[in-house]
Every structure is written in C-alpha cells, then in structure tokens.
Design a protein around this ligand. Structure first.
Ligand SMILES: [Zn+2]
Length: 302
C-alpha cells in the first residue's frame, strides 16, 4: 500500500531542522511520492536544495547497512549519468520517497509583480523536471485588493499549463464562483488540474469534475463541523487525490501543530470511512489518480 502527498510545501524553512525525521516518518507511513507546488520563483531553488539534502540523508542511511565499496559505487558519478528520459532521478534513484516539482506563483504572492510572469512560467513549465503548474488560483480571504492581479495571473497560469501540457494546481479561498468561471473560460479540452484543498459544495464539486479537474482532499476533511466530509461523500472517488498542504491545514488529531506528509494516512482513513471502502482501496485509487493526472507512470517507465 502506497500513498501520494500531492500538495506539500516541504521545502519551506519550518522543515529544515528535522527533515530526516519528517522523511523517515513519511516513508514509514508508506508515502511514496511528494509533490511540491511552488509559491514563488525562489521555491524552485528551495525544492532543489530539499532534494539534494534528502538524497544525501538516504545515502547516509545506506552507508550504515551497506559495505563501503557499495556506497562508493552508489556515489560514482558514472552511475549518476543523466538519462534524458528521466532527468530528475538523481535523488529519486536513491531516496525511498520521490519528489516532484511544480512552478507557479501563489495568488497571495502576486501583488503587482506580473511583468515577465508569462515568459518565466513558460520557461520553467517547459522543463522536463516540472510536472505541474502552480500553485495559482484566487484568494479573496487574505486580500481583496489584488483581485484583478490574481485573475490575470490565474489566466496566465492556465494558458501556460495548456501550452506545456501539464496539470494546473488551483488554490481557492472565498472565490469559488470566480475560479470556476475562469477555468471554464479557458477550458478548450486541453486543461487538466486539481482544485487543491477542495472546499466547495456538491454542486461546485460536480462542476469542477465536469471541467476536467480533480479534487484535492486534505486535512479539512477530518475537521468536525468542517462540512467537507458530508460533501465529499456525495462525489466520485475516481476524481480525488490526497494532499496534506503541509505545513498548513493539519488533520485531526494534530490540529494546532505543524502538518507533515506522514499524516496522509489520517486523511486517507477519514476518506475511507466517509466512502465506506477500505483504506487499501483509498490508497490504490488515489495513487492511481495522482499518477494519471501528473503523468508519473510514463515518466518512471521512461
Ligand atoms: Zn499550498
């Protein structure tokens, strides 16, 4: 049984001090893949740093159990020669957890700085090791001052996602109607993506699915009185993927503390209860959905 955390900001500062423990717990919780949505451009460098550290941690842990000669061969530059079909495997070949990067600018970070957004996003988005565009979207909760800037940025992200043929990751807070209307306006059959941290009504969930979106199910589904579980219950599992949004939106019973990928099974178990299916079915269906959405099977098999 494997899980995928499709939305995790593990590259942020709050994980630097105990990354080894966090990754160890994630691996023990059968989290096989972690997807890293960007907040801004520096996120990309932070992701690379995270992946370097993670791969070193793993090499370090292997050194304890393997012969010195074997470790030598593992770090031999020859064995790390770049295979064009799998350009991001440096850490993935060594780490039990695979990381997948995305590029985008969060709607709360978009304030006024949109010159060059399209060109920069297109350059990053076209790269082989970028599997998705985001996170983008709308957030009317934190700021209504930049609504037009957010909409403009969202439109650019949607167009770039179609151009590079990769899914878009959508953030939504108090902005559902506008978000769905804009997605509808850009959907020409090429757009795929996920409504991350799904928090809509049954109607809106159906509309999103009909628009080609998946629903990202996170810690909010475990909240009592959150209302999300009652909505999710009426929507098809075939369009759902799991996410933590760590370090945010920590599931019950850890609310009030930092969220982390090892809490994915808590979210999965709640979804299993809500859908009245087994945990293993939740794991296999949501993993399959995530791989299909982000094209992971084709990437891994080359
Ligand atoms: Zn996020």
């Amino acid at each position: 049984m494997n899980f995928v955390d499709t939305h995790c900001h593990l590259y942020l500062e709050g994980f630097q001090d105990d990354l080894e423990d966090v990754l160890g717990r994630a691996a023990a919780a059968h989290v096989r893949d972690i997807f890293l949505p960007a907040i801004d451009w520096p996120s990309l460098q932070q992701m690379d740093a995270l992946m370097r550290v993670a791969s070193q941690l793993y090499v370090g842990s292997q050194r304890d159990v393997n012969s010195h000669a074997h470790v030598e061969s593992e770090v031999d530059p020859e064995s790390e020669a770049h295979d064009e079909s799998q350009p991001y495997t440096e850490s993935q070949a060594q780490s039990p957890i695979r990381f997948w990067k995305m590029a985008g600018v969060h709607p709360c970070d978009i304030t006024g700085r949109r010159e060059g957004l399209r060109d920069t996003l297109l350059a990053y988005g076209a790269m082989d090791d970028i599997v998705g565009i985001g996170e983008t979207g709308l957030d009317y909760y934190w700021s209504k001052d930049h609504v037009s800037a957010q909409k403009e940025s969202l439109a650019i992200h949607l167009e770039v996602a179609k151009e590079v043929g990769k899914p878009v990751v959508l953030h939504n807070r108090d902005s559902t109607e506008d978000l769905l209307a804009i997605v509808r306006g850009h959907q020409d059959g090429r757009l795929t993506g996920v409504w991350h941290c799904f928090n809509g009504t049954v109607e809106q969930g159906r509309e999103a699915i009909e628009l080609g979106l998946h629903l990202g199910i996170g810690g909010v589904v475990t909240f009592k009185n959150g209302g999300v579980a009652e909505v999710v219950e009426q929507l098809p599992l075939e369009h759902m993927i799991l996410e933590t949004d760590a370090p945010y939106l920590t599931p019950t019973p850890h609310r009030g503390t930092r969220n982390e990928p090892s809490y994915i099974p808590l979210i999965a178990q709640k979804l299993a209860d809500v859908m009245r299916v087994g945990l293993d079915e939740i794991a296999s269906v949501t993993t399959h959905n995530a791989y299909a959405l982000f094209g992971i099977d084709e990437r891994v098999s080359g």
